[in-house]
Design a protein around this ligand. Structure first.
Ligand code: BES
Ligand code: ZN
Ligand code: ZN
Length: 506
């Protein structure tokens, strides 16, 4: 799969020579957008007739390819639905372009264009629309074929998307939208790739190699703590989780200082759960769907990809990404239920269930992160099955101790189309985490599983302004959607980058 190049150009629908020209239409619009009137006339009113007859309704994700048979400069037109105008959200543009790019690929065509619908832009800023279209096209085109043998037929890759506007004055905004969209989408592609690779390949050692590649490309500082370093520091929780595996654990720290970020600037610190495979350990998981647990490293992949995007976008901020990396296996030296570990913070934990390993590795990573005295501490993790039960597939679970930060994250999620839903972080729930032998236990019993996991984490963040995102609900898609593949989705990545963009750029 080649990368799609996205570019902006001044032009009108009726003048452009293209293989496929996408025309975006809202549902129930009685007449065509102004941009399409001329091309409709060239086709003898065929487009308007299709809509009037109901052959194309404009439903979100709907598409209809029309061959122009030499009557227009574009070889084919693709009518693409945005849904009802009154419900129009930014995400409709992502979905429309995600569906469109698949139809273009099916037509075995390597480039396509899309006309910016001027009338719709009164409500949504043109830069955001260009960003969303870019994201939709790149993410909708995603395929993971690393392990497929070539089958002889040469695939036709979609290589170029041109966004046309009639107004030269908005070109700078469109170009900025494209720049951001390429960065966020390519970060998501990196996350999907890392999570798609099987766990026999994407081991903790391989994650270090991937982090090295990012550090090299981005010119950011990389520090990797090995097992003996963790022993010296006293990261008993992370070490405990790794004990059952032959793969040694790693603790990865990347640090980026953008322009204008002063030396002493308190950083934004991102922490991502990076379990390369979660068997559950001695508290073994059932066999069904266990292969999904190769994606239990999604949080770590996301903070790594966000680091790369921040550097590519040259964001003027101080950013640290931390990846606690281990494999959770039931080996002969594995932790047993009832074992007590001493965390980096000094607090002791009774491990009643070895499958609740995410909060263990995060407890050490969060305690380590507080040493940076962060302006924001944010962790992201495929943490609990309870998150899937509570929120289904369409919302990320959010917890935090700072209202302003929660609002910022909520807004970033809305803009990115990766929405969060806040859950309570009330101290009352801590009674479920009490242990008879240690400072706390690592499971909270029946009820509120997503909450008790978050509350466990809260005991390791000190008084830092902190956000926890549980992405167990969204990290894996059971079916293909407009711009989501079946399998690892990378959801959360664009939210993180948007959050950083909102903090730094207008
Ligand atoms: N990695 C899982 C959570 C998960 C479940 C992610 C489904 C994605 C999809 C986590 O380590 C886990 O196993 N959590 C346990 C905790 C329980 C033992 C308290 C769970 O949710 O079952
Ligand atoms: Zn687990
Ligand atoms: Zn896990």
């Amino acid at each position: 799969m080649k990368k799609i190049q996205v570019q902006a150009q001044v032009g009108r629908a009726e003048n452009e020579v293209t293989e496929v020209l996408v025309l975006l239409c809202c549902e129930g619009a009685s007449d065509l957008a102004q941009e399409t009137a001329a091309i409709n006339a060239q086709l003898g009113g065929q487009l308007a007739a299709l809509i009037q007859r109901g052959e194309f309704e404009g439903k979100l994700g709907e598409g209809l390819m029309v061959h122009t048979q030499g009557k227009a400069k574009a070889k084919r037109l693709l009518l693409a639905g945005l849904g009802k105008a009154k419900d129009l959200r930014l995400d409709a543009f992502r979905q429309a372009l995600g569906s469109a790019v698949k139809r273009v690929r099916q037509a075995k065509v390597s480039s396509f264009g899309v006309v910016l619908p001027g009338a719709l832009l009164e409500e949504i800023p043109v830069q955001d629309v260009a960003q969303a279209m870019t994201e939709g096209a790149i993410l909708g085109n995603y395929q993971f074929t690393a392990y497929r043998s070539p089958n002889g037929s040469k695939p036709v890759d979609v290589e170029r998307l041109t966004i046309y506007t009639a107004q030269a004055s908005v070109l700078p905004q469109i170009n900025e939208g494209i720049r951001r969209g390429v960065a966020t989408a390519e970060a998501t592609v990196l996350v999907r790739d890392l999570c798609n690779h099987p766990a026999n390949v994407m081991t903790p050692t391989r994650i270090v190699q991937e982090a090295k590649a990012v550090a090299k490309e981005s010119g950011v500082r990389l520090k990797v703590l090995e097992q003996k370093d963790m022993e010296q520091l006293g990261m008993g929780a992370l070490l405990g989780v790794a004990r059952g595996s032959h793969e040694p654990p790693k603790f990865i720290i990347l640090e980026y200082k953008g322009a204008k970020a002063k030396r002493g600037d308190p950083p934004v610190v991102l922490v991502g759960k990076t379990i390369t495979f979660d068997t559950g350990g001695i508290s073994l998981k059932p066999a069904e769907n266990m292969e999904h647990m190769k994606a239990d490293m999604t949080g770590g992949a996301e903070v790594l990809a966000t680091m790369r995007a921040a550097a590519r976008l040259k964001l003027p901020l101080h950013l640290v990404s931390i990846l606690p990396v281990a494999e959770n296996m039931p080996g002969g030296r594995a932790m047993r239920p009832g074992d007590v570990v001493k965390t980096l913070s000094g607090k002791t934990v009774e491990v009643q269930n070895t499958d609740a390993e995410g909060r263990l590795i995060l407890s050490d990573a969060l305690a380590y992160a507080t040493r940076y005295k962060p302006a924001v501490l944010l962790d992201i993790a495929t943490l609990t099955g309870a998150c899937v039960v509570a929120l289904g597939q369409f919302a990320i679970g959010m917890f935090g101790n700072n209202d302003q930060l929660k609002e910022q994250v909520r807004n970033a999620g809305m803009r990115a189309g990766e929405r969060v839903w806040e859950m309570p972080l009330w101290e009352e729930y801590f009674e479920q985490l009490r242990s008879d032998v240690a400072d706390m236990r690592n499971i909270g019993g029946r009820g509120g599983g997503m909450i008790t996991a978050a509350l466990f984490l809260s005991k390791f963040v000190g008084d830092c302004p902190w956000i926890h995102l549980d992405i167990a609900s969204t990290d894996w898609s059971e079916r293909e959607r407009a711009y989501l593949p079946k399998g690892p989705t990378g959801i959360g990545t664009r939210l993180l980058i948007q959050f950083l963009l909102d903090r730094t750029l207008p």
